[in-house]
Design a binder for this molecule. Structure first.
Ligand code: MRU
Length: 356
């Protein structure tokens, strides 16, 4: 990839994020020097996609406590809690955010006997570990998923679950990149993904950069494109997967899943274990973020809708597990019934990447 979605600048102590609100027009990097700017970047979608949000939030905690003058664990831990709470309030749906923040809180707790400056160093090491594990996880998801694709096949995807959504090569798109690297001819149909256009602005951009064939369609065209026999499978990412295999992902995924079912097209979800929330039984427990009206009523050319019109803008939906043909994780591929297969994979021995 000739871009870097997230980078921690060790010399400057700055989190550098590719500002995704400016793509595809401009490749501009945002420099976050404090926790507030990280929280704003997550809320404002400069950094987005479940794994990338988790990684950014981990570094946000590092920035939030680095100037702490606390001289013992108890007062330092209160500052860690404040940092975690601030970041946890940014976006509610992607569980990776809460998973990463919990790892950071636990790291501080485990180091409670150490001097505060050592705890700060341990927090930075943990954020770096979360990031490097994410890179490796993406590669493994790609390898497991690519085995399911044959040369000449076409994949429909929704939103962006690629390198822009992770620290590595993505989740859904990792499968495509891996198949492409193995020499398979794979073509992607990218839904534009109203209202924020992650498909048009981000997925089409990164696939084109990587030299993978991509055709952009409006969301409303997916049914026709499937009916024309152009799609062999759908691959999407996830923001949170419940224990029963229900999947929260970008708004519109549920509709695509119903269409895929109607056209006998398999739908695969590619997601790291950090997106799987075994603490909830079903998707009905997943909080769905509702974003502001302007994302729908304002376009780049001005207003799309009359000022007075009421707008409802849920950013995610939940696809029932019955529409999901398989869940591709770094630990292997889960199939129905997911309550059993996901639980089994959760016990699977898995070594996180070694970190320096
Ligand atoms: O609102 P976004 O752009 O953060 O939504 C992103 C998605 O829905 C992705 O499909 C999901 O996070 C998986 S990213 C690997």
């Amino acid at each position: 990839m000739n871009f870097t979605t997230i980078r921690w600048d060790r010399d400057e102590g700055v989190l550098v994020l590719l500002d995704q609100t400016r793509l595809p027009g401009e490749v501009v990097y945002a420099h976050c020097r404090d926790i507030e700017s990280v929280a704003e970047a997550i809320k404002g979608l400069k950094v987005r996609g479940a794994p990338a949000i988790g990684v950014a939030a981990a570094y946000g905690v590092v920035l939030g406590v680095r100037k702490s003058g606390a001289d013992e664990y108890l007062s330092f831990s209160r500052e860690v809690d404040e940092a975690v709470d601030l970041l946890a309030a940014t976006r509610p749906t992607a569980v990776n955010l809460f998973w990463a923040l919990e790892r950071m809180r636990r790291t501080a707790l485990e180091q409670r006997e150490a001097p505060v400056e050592d705890i700060k160093r341990a927090l930075l090491r943990e954020a770096e570990a979360i990031q490097s594990e994410d890179e490796r996880t993406c590669r493994l998801i790609g390898e497991h998923g690519a085995a399911m694709l044959r040369s000449g096949q076409s994949v429909l995807t929704h939103c962006n679950a690629g390198a822009l959504a992770t620290s590595g090569v993505g989740t859904a798109l990792a499968v495509v990149y891996q198949a492409h690297n193995e020499g398979k001819r794979v073509h992607v149909y990218a839904d534009e993904t109203r209202p924020v256009l992650q498909g048009a602005r981000l997925t089409a951009w990164e696939l084109a950069q990587a030299g993978v064939g991509v055709t952009l369609i409006c969301d409303s065209m997916a049914a026709q494109v499937m009916k024309e026999g152009r799609i062999d499978c759908v691959i999407v990412g996830a923001d949170r997967v419940a224990a029963n295999g229900d999947v929260a992902n970008k708004i519109g995924t549920y509709g695509v899943a119903v269409l895929a079912d109607a056209h006998d097209v398999p739908l695969y979800v590619a997601a790291p274990f950090s997106s799987i929330d075994l603490s909830i039984e079903s998707g009905s427990e997943i909080p769905i973020e509702v974003r502001n009206a302007a994302e729908i009523s304002q376009g780049p050319g001005g207003r799309n809708a009359p000022e007075e019109v009421e707008v409802y803008n849920p950013a995610f939906d939940v696809t029932p597990a019955r529409y999901v043909s398989a869940i591709i994780t770094e630990r292997g591929v889960a199939r129905r019934p997911y309550a059993e297969s996901l639980a089994a994979l959760s016990h699977h021995a898995w070594q996180p990447a070694a970190t320096g």
